[in-house]
Design a protein around this ligand. Structure first.
Ligand code: IMO
Ligand code: MG
Length: 428
């Protein structure tokens, strides 16, 4: 049963989209299981740039079915815009299915996201797409699911129940723009009409596909350190981007997962608030940000940049059960005389090698680095692992040794062709 879960290993933006696109060749299904349009997955094909937020990247592969899983929260307006944009840009696409269990992001979610963020003493720096409030409503059993949304009568009924609560809440929070039922219906009923043909029960479909031995690729969004439970709470997203989330968000049992590929950048990035032990607030950080063009795909914000944190990566590998690693953007570090890897922390005067899950403790650590020689050359043009510079072999070898997981893939540039599948047997 070839099922592969791809997970962002740290705080998101690990170039997962590009990897999923590469590995989707030959996949029967690519499935998103968590988050919503807070994600930004970029695929570059020649001179065309595809920026995905909601759709699984496998949508670009004819013959592949792209699935929006039940664990996601979906803004119908963004979904339809993205379908139109991608279809026009790509010419031909795969099929698309949307789980009826996925929750709908409604206009009040975006407004509440902005209001809540403004009231926080320490901002999370959310993407303001309404993701947190939509998941709050799901947990509070006030959400509107796709199954309800695409049936006009059921949608009206749900709206009649939920809207008065939201109006009261918004008013109490100082938002006096009224939200009226007729206006919402006149905007959302036509959207629902267009979304309806895609909506099915994807849970049983995925189980049947897995049982039939189909190749299913689960496309993680965000990163494991943004997981609601395992991440740096409260500076997290409101869903489960970890490998377990692939089960929760699609209905696949844990025993149905064959392999888990953790994706990390050769350095580290984070957008938004929260502790980030290896952050570089200096010209090295600036150089990484400029060379790596580390600006958000979804929000355009500059990303915080730093050295790769192996303590956090090992914790992530254990929590996700990574069976292989993909290291991306190794080209960005080319030209550095020396590069660093964080292999321990100092916490309250003591050396620790275990990742503290108490976020307040994590905020107090200082990183302990190992320094390795840097590498040079036109890295994106290299097509085999052996041809990579010796110093890069050593760098990747140290990651494998510390984390205890083999590096199966090295991504050397942004294009689909700029990737080395060093150990393909660890992928499918
Ligand atoms: P991809 O899939 C990086 C971050 C936000 C914020 C926190 C909560 O492109 O890797 P939210 O809007 O989800 O409530 O924001 O999570 N965040 C991401 N950071 N990459 C992402 O997705 C992210 N999605 C959310 O910056 O700190
Ligand atoms: Mg992103």
């Amino acid at each position: 049963m070839p099922t592969l879960v791809i997970v962002g290993a740290l705080w998101g933006d690990e170039a997962k989209g590009k990897l999923v696109d590469v590995l989707a060749e030959g996949a029967d299904y690519t499935v998103r299981f968590s988050g919503g349009n807070n994600a930004g997955h970029t695929v570059r094909l020649g001179d065309k740039l595809f920026r995905f937020h909601l759709l699984p990247t496998g949508f670009l592969r004819p013959g592949c079915t792209a699935v929006i899983g039940g664990g996601m929260v979906v803004c119908p307006r963004s979904l339809l815009e993205e379908i139109d944009e991608m279809s026009a840009l790509a010419g031909t696409t795969g099929n698309l299915l949307v789980s009826g269990s996925a929750h709908v992001v409604m206009p009040w979610h975006e407004r509440l996201d902005c209001l809540e963020e403004a009231l926080r003493a320490q901002g999370i720096g959310t993407t303001r797409k309404g993701i947190g409030p939509a998941y709050e409503d799901k947990a509070g059993r006030r959400g509107i699911r796709m199954f309800d949304f695409v049936q006009p009568e059921r949608f009206r009924e749900r709206l009649r129940e939920v809207l008065p609560l939201k109006r009261r809440l918004l008013k109490a929070m100082g938002d006096d723009k009224d939200m009226n039922e007729d206006a919402i219906l006149s905007e959302y009923l036509p959207l629902a009409e267009r979304v309806r043909p895609y909506v099915v029960d994807t849970g049983s479909l995925i189980l049947e596909a897995a049982a039939a031995g189909k190749r299913i690729l689960f496309e993680g969004a965000q990163g494991a350190m943004l997981d609601l439970d395992y991440g740096t709470y409260p500076f997290v997203t409101s869903s489960h981007p970890t490998s377990a989330g692939a089960c929760m968000g699609t209905g696949l049992p844990p025993t149905g997962v064959d392999k888990v590929l953790g994706v990390c950048v050769a350095y580290a990035t984070r957008v938004g608030g929260g502790p980030f032990p290896t952050e570089l607030d200096d010209e090295v950080g600036d150089r990484i940000r400029q060379t790596g063009r580390e600006f958000g795909t979804t929000t355009g914000r500059p990303r915080r940049c730093g050295w790769l944190d192996l303590v956090a990566l090992r914790y992530s590998a254990q929590a996700n059960g990574f069976t292989a690693l993909a290291v991306t953007r190794v080209d960005v570090l080319a030209g550095f005389q020396e590069v660093s890897l964080c292999t321990a922390y100092e916490l309250d005067g003591e050396r620790v090698e275990r990742f503290p899950t108490d976020t307040a403790a994590l905020a107090r650590v200082t990183p302990v680095y190992e320094t390795l020689p840097g590498w040079e050359g036109n890295i994106p043009s290299i097509r085999t692992y052996d041809a990579l510079p010796e110093a890069l072999h050593r760098f990747l070898g140290r990651i494998e040794e510390f984390v205890g997981v083999p590096v199966a893939v090295v991504s050397t540039g942004a294009d689909r062709s700029e990737v080395i599948l060093r150990r393909p047997e660890l992928l499918w």
